[in-house]
Design a protein around this ligand. Structure first.
Ligand SMILES: [Zn+2]
Length: 295
C-alpha cells in the first residue's frame, strides 16, 4: 500500500512540475514565420524591413513588453545604412535575467545560388531570419501571460546580421556588435541566440565558440532538449560559426548560439516556408521554455 501511495505521490509531483512549464504553440509560431515571409525580402534599406520592424514592435507592444528601438548607422561598400535593434523587456524588476536574441534582417543577395545571374536577388529568408524571430515572438506571447519565477526576460531582435562578406567576420553581425559595444548595466546570466532553427530536417550541433566559452550553458540546453525527447539536439561539437552570440561573448556575456547550419537552401531563393516546419520551431521553443521556467 505504502508503495502505491508513494507512487501516486511521485506521479503528482511529476505532474505538478510539468504543469509549471507552459506549452509552446507551434502553429502560432509558424504563422509568425509565414507572416514575415509574406512581407517579402526584408533587407536593410528596403521598405519591407521597416514593415517587419513595425510587425515585431506591434506584437511586442500587444504582449505588454517595454520596447526600445536602438538606432545606429554603418557604412557597407561606401553606402550608409541605418540599423535598428529592437530590445523588449519583460519583468524589468527581476534582477536575474535571460537574454534571447535573433536577427530579423534577410540577406539582400542570393549569392549561394548556382546561377550567378541570381546573385543580386534578395532572399525571402524563411529559415535565415524568420524562424528565429518566430520563436522569440511566440515566447513573448507566453512570457507575457505567465511570469517566470526566477528570471526576467530580454528579447533582442538584431538588425544587419546578414550583409557580410564571406571570410570577413567583422562585416557580419553589425547589429549585435553595436548592441554589445553600447551595453551598460548588469549582464544577463544567460544569453541564447537562435538562428536558422526552422529547417524541416533539424539537427543542432553544439556550436564551437558557444561550447568553448560557455560549456555549462550549452550542456544545460542540450541536456534539457534531450530530456524532453528531442534527439535533434546532437551531443557533438560542430563548426565555429560567427553569429550574433560572438559580439556578446567578446564583452564577457555568457552567450551561446542555437543554429542548424546544415541547410542546403542557405542564402538561396529556395529558403522559403515550405523548407521549414512548425515542429522544428516547437523543439527549440519548448526547450527554451523549460530553461526559462525551471527553478
Ligand atoms: Zn544568413
Amino acid at each position: 500500500m505504502i508503495k502505491y501511495i508513494s507512487l501516486i505521490f511521485i506521479s503528482l509531483v511529476i505532474i505538478s512540475c510539468q504543469d509549471t512549464i507552459p506549452e509552446f504553440n507551434k502553429e502560432e509560431a509558424f504563422t509568425f514565420l509565414e507572416e514575415q515571409c509574406n512581407l517579402g525580402p526584408r533587407y536593410p534599406g528596403s521598405d519591407e524591413i521597416v514593415l517587419c520592424r513595425n510587425y515585431i514592435i506591434s506584437a511586442l507592444n500587444q504582449y505588454g513588453a517595454s520596447v526600445e528601438e536602438q538606432y545606429f548607422s554603418v557604412i557597407i561598400n561606401d553606402t550608409e545604412f541605418e540599423g535598428v535593434n529592437i530590445i523588449a523587456k519583460f519583468y524589468p524588476r527581476m534582477s536575474r535575467r535571460i537574454l534571447l536574441g535573433a536577427h530579423y534582417d534577410t540577406r539582400p543577395w542570393a549569392d549561394k545560388e548556382e546561377d550567378i545571374s541570381l546573385h543580386d536577388t534578395p532572399i525571402i529568408g524563411a529559415n535565415d531570419a524568420a524562424s528565429g524571430v518566430a520563436v522569440l515572438l511566440e515566447l513573448a506571447s507566453i512570457i507575457s501571460k505567465k511570469q517566470p519565477e526566477q528570471f526576467g526576460i530580454d528579447l533582442v531582435f538584431f538588425d544587419l546580421e546578414d550583409m557580410g562578406t564571406y571570410q570577413k567576420n567583422e562585416t557580419w553581425c553589425l547589429g549585435s556588435e553595436h548592441f554589445a559595444k553600447n551595453y551598460t548595466g548588469e549582464k544577463p546570466e544567460k544569453a541564447i541566440i537562435v538562428d536558422m532553427i526552422g529547417d524541416k530536417d533539424l539537427e543542432i550541433n553544439m556550436e564551437y565558440s558557444s561550447y568553448h566559452n560557455s560549456p555549462a550553458l550549452v550542456n544545460e540546453i542540450w541536456e534539457t532538449g534531450k530530456n524532453l525527447g528531442f534527439s535533434e539536439f546532437k551531443q557533438r561539437i560542430g563548426n565555429k560559426i560567427y553569429d550574433d552570440h560572438y559580439p556578446l561573448i567578446k564583452i564577457g556575456i555568457n552567450a551561446i548560439d542555437i543554429i542548424d547550419f546544415d541547410y542546403p537552401y542557405w542564402h538561396t531563393l529556395a529558403d522559403t516556408p515550405d523548407k521549414c516546419s512548425s515542429q522544428s520551431l516547437y523543439i527549440v521553443g519548448q526547450t527554451l521554455l523549460k530553461i526559462i521556467y525551471s527553478d
